[in-house]
Ligand binder design. Structure first.
Ligand code: SF4
Length: 250
């Protein structure tokens, strides 16, 4: 079964898919920036309630206080080596975004929608599974929404997010026998939400990438892309060795 998150990995570099499938772990170093993103993810889950609060800014401040107490419980293993000072700095950075977040969520109709928590979406027929951050009820139909804690593009959304939403839309359609025409990307750092129309050529692309990942899972070793982000990749060591062996062999 291919996961929607595998598609995002494939888009970064197909070789990463290969190594993950071989059981190698990609260890994420917990930097202050990464910690900030974990906090923002938890914060984004409260924006709907903040929208309905009388004093939105105080509500967000209280949510951040609660999250700073609870974050170690939620991400117990990941944050085991993080000291109190680093956590306090990241919380303080997130606090500096709250006013801007508050003004953005105040004017976004998205937060009036009914949000439905969705466990795993899974299709044996499609060989695809994944968990969107939430499903949103729009005119009686469920559509997927994903929370992103990184940069927001000037306009629209990043193409990898577009494809992830397309994949989730296909899974929602399969489960609920519906037709999904749009999805949402929530940019947690700004409290902004962008709508994405689900397009036919991206549906096609999702299925093509799914088939390529399937081949990788069957043992096929993909090419190392010319623009692979090797300088930030935890597989650099094993990747160089494997690629050299393969090129020598042929
Ligand atoms: S080291 Fe480069 S080519 Fe290898 S998996 Fe990482 S990003 Fe891909």
């Amino acid at each position: 079964m291919i996961r929607v998150s595998d598609i995002a990995v494939y888009l970064k570099c197909p070789m990463m898919c290969y190594f993950l499938n071989k059981g190698h772990n990609l260890v994420n170093e917990i930097t202050p920036a990464y910690l900030e993103r974990l906090i923002l993810k938890e914060m984004a889950l409260t924006y709907g309630d903040a929208f309905n609060a009388l004093d939105k800014l105080s509500f967000l401040g209280d949510s951040l206080d609660r999250i700073s107490d609870e974050i170690r419980i939620i991400y117990r293993t990941e944050l085991s080596g993080i000291d109190a000072r680093t956590l306090a700095d990241s919380v303080s950075n997130v606090r500096s975004y709250l006013e801007n977040i508050c003004s953005n969520i105040s004017s976004d109709d998205f937060y009036t929608s009914e949000i439905v928590d969705e466990p795993l979406l899974q299709s044996e027929k499609l060989g695809l599974s994944g968990s969107p951050d939430r499903l949103v009820k729009i005119n009686g139909e469920l559509v997927p929404s994903i929370i992103k804690t990184g940069n927001m593009p000037q306009s629209g959304v990043w193409s990898s997010d577009r494809l992830a939403l397309t994949a989730y839309s296909i899974l929602v359609e399969e489960k609920y026998n519906s037709s999904v025409e749009k999805g949402f990307v929530e940019y947690a750092r700004w409290g902004k939400v962008r709508e994405v129309l689900i397009k036919r050529h991206e549906r096609r692309k999702v299925l093509t990438i799914r088939d390529r990942i399937k081949k990788i899972h069957e043992g096929f070793m993909p090419e190392k892309p010319k623009d692979a982000p090797c300088e930030h990749c935890g597989f650099t060591g094993i990747c160089d060795v494997k690629s050299t062996l393969v090129s020598r062999f042929f």
